[in-house]
Design a protein around this ligand. Structure first.
Ligand code: ADP
Ligand code: MG
Length: 268
């Protein structure tokens, strides 16, 4: 199984630095659309240490989702490699990939993708049920997670009846219920108003710390991004460190604006 392999890899010193959890080498991804080829990722190199909280910013269509999908093994690169704890995802068997997707990675989408007719607890319990946990045990664990995201009293509410911010909290609990070490979030606050976006980002930071996660968050929101340990800019197929000057001075990169100053914030 993937997890066993990974521990062995750590012990054998297969990673150059024991704390380097994710490494991306010359990652390229192309899509064919009719006669056209689109290459959102042209050769990405990236190393992420265990415990880092990284924000990836970039204009719409720059490849943020594509990159997160490759990190989560939800898609395969055209060229290049993603390593988890020193192991190439390409070398994983189907069983190891399923283990990686279900237990190592917790993924949060911009739209929560909850099942609206099921309760909050049932939605959070779903990944546990899929992995064979008994119903009672799964619902109990889901209830604990709902408590962690501040919705302990809403467990029996149908997901479709919750507000946007509450639904994203449920989605976060669902992403973490299987105890992943990586949290990958694709514009998790993109559909929320400023107050809710702020609260969700703060919650992710808190969970990142308390559950010793390594987190990669794609966001349009530069004000939120600068709370990360590191800000990386994805543009024209390349990933560059977000130094003093990041594109767009406004809080949202959707808006056109002049260059602004963003420096990475405190450790997650
Ligand atoms: P972002 O998340 O930064 O908005 P995406 O990763 O969604 O960007 O998309 C990057 C580019 O790749 C876009 O031009 C998009 O249309 C294209 N793209 C993404 N997924 C596919 C796909 N499955 N098939 C064809 N083109 C795709
Ligand atoms: Mg996207």
């Amino acid at each position: 199984m993937g997890v066993v392999l990974i521990d062995e890899a750590h012990q054998a010193g297969a990673t150059t630095r024991a704390e380097m959890i994710l490494r991306v080498e010359a990652l390229r991804k192309s899509f064919r659309s009719g006669s056209q080829e689109i290459t959102p990722l042209e050769g990405i190199d990236l190393s992420i240490e265990s415990g880092e909280l990284i924000a990836i910013v970039g204009p719409s269509g720059s490849g943020k989702s594509t990159l997160l999908h490759l990190l989560a093994a939800l898609d395969t690169p055209t060229n290049g490699t993603v390593y988890f704890a020193g192991n190439s995802l390409c070398s994983f068997s189907e069983t190891e990939l399923a283990e990686y997707r279900n237990h190592t990675v917790g993924f949060v989408w911009q739209r929560h993708h909850l099942l609206p007719d099921f309760t909050a607890a049932e939605n959070v319990a779903m990944p546990l049920l899929v992995c064979g946990t008994a119903v009672g045990e799964a619902l109990r664990t889901a209830g604990e997670w709902l408590g962690e995201v501040g919705l302990g009293n809403r467990a029996e509410q149908r997901a479709g009846e919750l507000s946007g911010g509450e639904q994203q909290r449920v989605a976060l609990a669902r992403a973490l219920v299987n105890g992943p070490s990586l949290l990958l979030a694709d514009e998790p606050t993109g559909d929320l108003d400023e107050r809710n976006a702020d609260a969700i980002f703060e919650l992710m930071q808190r969970l990142h710390r308390s559950h010793h996660l390594t987190s990669v968050i794609a966001t349009h929101n530069l004000q939120l991004a600068r709370r990360a340990n590191r800000v990386l800019v994805l543009e024209h197929g390349k990933l560059t460190p977000g130094g003093e000057q990041l594109p767009g001075s406004s809080p949202s990169m959707d808006r056109q604006g002049s260059s602004g100053t963003v420096s990475p914030g405190e450790r997650g």
